[in-house]
Ligand binder design. Structure first.
Ligand code: HEC
Length: 474
């Protein structure tokens, strides 16, 4: 028997198969039309490397999933969204040209590790300015004063650790200040970063959603642009809104880190002033490695957005092909610190914690077998490009998507019954993992509570809550 997506939604909801009629509006999965001819990976190592299908490892960000598997069971659709996640991960981390766009002449990981496409995306602090004024144009960056004149330019400014004061949402790290995360090697706080793509930025700027007055004046339903697969009718279909949240840890080989297993950047690690504990603003230049990566992408098949989450493979246990002596980033079997428990207060982002206070993280919901198999395939392709590629050391935890994409934002179930029902990244939702309804991490269910500064539906993003009043103030 063949299922369409709406049939599956009915099965989940009520255990009844939808027979194609009443109450079941069919959504046609977009056709398989990935427009951009992607560069094809060619192996530069001599061993018999696995070769992905042509175009798989490419710089084109998919505009939507391709629902190519038949029959469309829940598992088949999950697979299609997981493939979409991996394609997005590869395209977003594709080598960038100086203008920030993907370099079509390069292949991910082939020439080592360098600037990637999403580095050119905007950060919220550049969009929601303290005086509510018009954001800096796309392509220009502003550094906090403490980070200027630090010598060689860093690639990024990382400032988020935890919510340190009520009016600086910018400093929020894990959702609602559930607690900072401290790595085993260095005893340092993990830093977070949010980035938005051009479609997201343009929507905010064109509708003046970057200040409170603009949000107040905007009376329509907030609807960020959807990605739609290009077709002959719409060859320039938009990629849609993409929002990224990344987690980084300090990398120091002298402390046991294996740098070749991480995507690394030089970053200004900026700490805002805080009252408790009293901390002046500071900025240090550090090498940091990517440990967690969320992608939220609004697409035609998922108006509740597609929620993909990746981790470095050594986060909670040592991953594949690790040299002897490799240790997990956030777990040490000899430590007695309680598992999945935030560090003791007070929380000082500049502190170096002693080994017996460093985070002990366990994954509560295991990665399922189908996703593990898909991860092994993509990791082998990435390693086939270059046996030293850092990108082969990342894994997809899962992809959350709405089983009822047609659910109205103003209806009774705006979240559209997400599958899987719970999803967490060990570095980003560390302390709310699990499967307790209304308590444990579910990307869509929690983001469905996000609003504007005047308590209106914000289309699943917490970004708009950061807006200030024109001229300054909350
Ligand atoms: C308990 C609530 C909660 C859960 C669960 C949650 N988030 Fe978030 N998320 C937040 C909050 C709050 C922010 C805003 C943080 C900030 O602005 O500093 C955020 C920020 C983000 C952002 C960037 C800003 C935005 O809001 O668009 C992305 C992307 C994101 N989360 C993805 C995910 C993914 C993927 C999952 C599931 C694996 C997830 N989140 C689970 C609360 C949550």
């Amino acid at each position: 028997m063949r299922f369409s997506r709406p049939m599956i939604c009915m099965i989940i909801l009520s255990g009844l198969a939808c027979m194609g009629g009443g109450g079941c509006t069919p959504v046609q999965p977009p056709a398989n039309t990935n427009a951009t001819p992607a560069a094809t990976a060619t192996a530069n190592n001599t061993s018999a490397a696995p070769t992905p299908p042509p175009g798989t490892l490419g710089p084109a960000i998919p505009h939507d999933a391709n629902f190519s598997d038949n029959p469309q069971t829940l598992a088949a659709i999950q697979h299609d969204f997981d493939v979409f996640s991996w394609q997005s991960f590869v395209a977003l981390n594709w080598p960038a040209m100086p203008d920030g766009s993907a370099d079509p002449g390069k292949i991910i990981g082939a020439d080592g590790d360098g600037a990637v496409v999403w580095d050119g995306y905007k950060e919220p602090y550049e969009v929601f300015l303290p005086d509510g004024s018009t954001p800096t144009p796309w392509g220009q960056q502003q550094l906090p004063a403490q980070c200027r004149n630090l010598g060689p330019p860093g690639d990024k400014v990382l400032q988020m650790t935890q919510k340190v004061s009520d009016d600086v949402l910018d400093a929020s790290g894990q959702p609602f200040g559930t607690g900072p995360l401290v790595d085993q090697q260095n005893g340092r706080y993990v830093r977070y970063e949010i980035r938005i793509n051009r479609d997201t930025y343009d929507y905010i700027v064109q509708n003046t959603l970057y200040n409170k007055e603009g949000q107040q004046a905007f009376t329509q339903l907030i609807q960020f642009p959807k990605g739609t697969n290009p077709s002959s009718q719409a060859p320039d279909a938009p990629v849609g809104s993409i929002v990224i949240k990344a987690a980084w840890k300090v990398i120091d080989p002298a402390q046991g880190d294996i740098p070749g297993r991480f995507h690394k950047v030089q970053a200004y690690v900026y700490t805002r002033a805080s009252d408790n504990p009293p901390t002046p603003p500071s900025c240090e230049l550090k090498t940091v490695g990517l440990v967690g990566f969320h992608i939220a992408h609004k697409t035609a098949s998922a108006p509740q957005w597609v929620w993909s989450t990746f981790e470095q493979v050594d986060n909670v246990q040592v991953g594949h092909d690790a040299p002897p002596g490799t240790k997990a980033n956030f777990f040490d079997a000899v430590s007695t610190y309680p598992v999945n428990t935030p560090p003791p207060r007070p929380w000082n982002p500049n502190a170096v914690l002693p080994p017996d206070k460093r985070s002990q993280v366990k994954r509560v919901i295991p990665i399922d077998d189908a996703t593990k198999a898909l991860n092994a395939q993509w990791q082998a392709w990435l390693g086939g490009v270059n046996k030293d590629s850092v990108w082969q050391y990342y894994e997809l935890v899962s992809t959350q998507w709405p089983t009822q994409p047609n659910a109205s934002p103003t209806g009774p179930k705006p979240a559209g019954d997400p599958a899987p029902p719970f999803l967490a990244n060990a570095t980003l939702e560390t302390y709310i993992q699990g499967n307790t309804p209304n308590v444990s991490s579910s990307c869509i269910m929690c983001h469905n509570n996000a609003t504007t500064t005047n308590s209106k539906f914000s289309d699943f993003t917490y970004l708009l809550e950061r807006a200030h009043k024109k001229g300054g103030g909350k």
